[in-house]
Design a protein around this ligand. Sequence first.
Ligand code: NDP
Length: 339
Amino acid sequence: TRVLLTGGSGFIAAHVLDILLERGHSVVTTVRSQEKADKIASAHESYGKDKLSFAIVEDIAQEHAFDKAVVSDPPFEAVIHTASPFHFNVTDVQKQLLDPAIIGTTGVLRSIKKSAPSVKRVVITSSFASILDAFKGNNPGHTYSEEDWNPITKEQAPENPANGYRASKTFAERAAWDFIEQEKPNFTLATMCPPLVLGPIVHYLNSLDGLNTSNQRIRDIMLGKAKDEIPPTGTFIWVDVRDLALCHVLAMEKEEAANKRFFITAGYFSNKEIAEIIAKHYPQYKEGLPTSSTPGGDYPGDGLYKYNNERVKKVLGIEFRSLEESIVDTVKSLQAVGA
Ligand code: NDP
């Protein structure tokens, strides 16, 4: 399949790219600069230009950002849209989170409808943030599934960066489903809703300081920041980046994924468990790691929501990696950039 992958320099997208190429697809990926394109290209030298090439899209928050990128020869048959800001380092929620998420999503869909009629499937990276009702806290007794939508409002979005991020994902995914309903385009949609994504980084794009948001807790635990107290876990469900990347590709390939939302989680985890796995496999970090008597980082005492991940297992046939495997491989990848 001829695929456009947006945000190819991202943590998750780097794995989507590798799986697409391994499975023989032909990919154009968007990045924000030629410098990033060059780094990705040199890490994939064995693939010719017919298998991997680049389009520069500097800012997805600009209307028409994707007008040129969706046009290719041979024409695209699928689009995987992952690009969206994921960090909490913002002063202006509207400009830094909501606009790129929402305009990025509606913009790519409009460009496809207008200029890429050969596209049959679009896969969008949404999030558990668009499912979870964070105002209900740990919500014991509730089972989250694809049926749930985060009820966050426009008024709540700018209250703080966490609200802003969750709202950006919720509104962007809603806008995508609304687009399908109202515009009746030539393509079908599948959305990916993962909670916290952990797993190895690709070394050629990364540094310890510039690490993607979701892996920062692993880096911080390795570097001794949880020695006296383990920080709160926050979200208690997770998935490995390689499993999630495979879900993106399967959702593109499989007819049955059409017009479905996928809640993609491997299960529960806590920061305490992450620290225990690091201690077990990497004794060289022991000095800076918490011990069994260090406070914090555990599951909540008063119960926790449940999750239903049956659809992704059934429709996409995914088997999830264990937390232990994921953490061991993540630590190894962080060592390669100097941890
Ligand atoms: P990264 O920060 O590594 O990737 C984000 C990507 O989006 C980068 O390629 C970034 O480019 C690009 N991007 C952000 N803003 C813009 C913009 N204004 N214009 C153009 N490109 C932009 O994070 P992840 O890989 O983790 O995130 C990828 C997707 O997965 C996002 O949609 C995120 O919401 C979603 N997600 C992630 C989870 C996680 O735990 N990691 C959990 C649930 C969902 P650049 O780096 O050049 O700025």
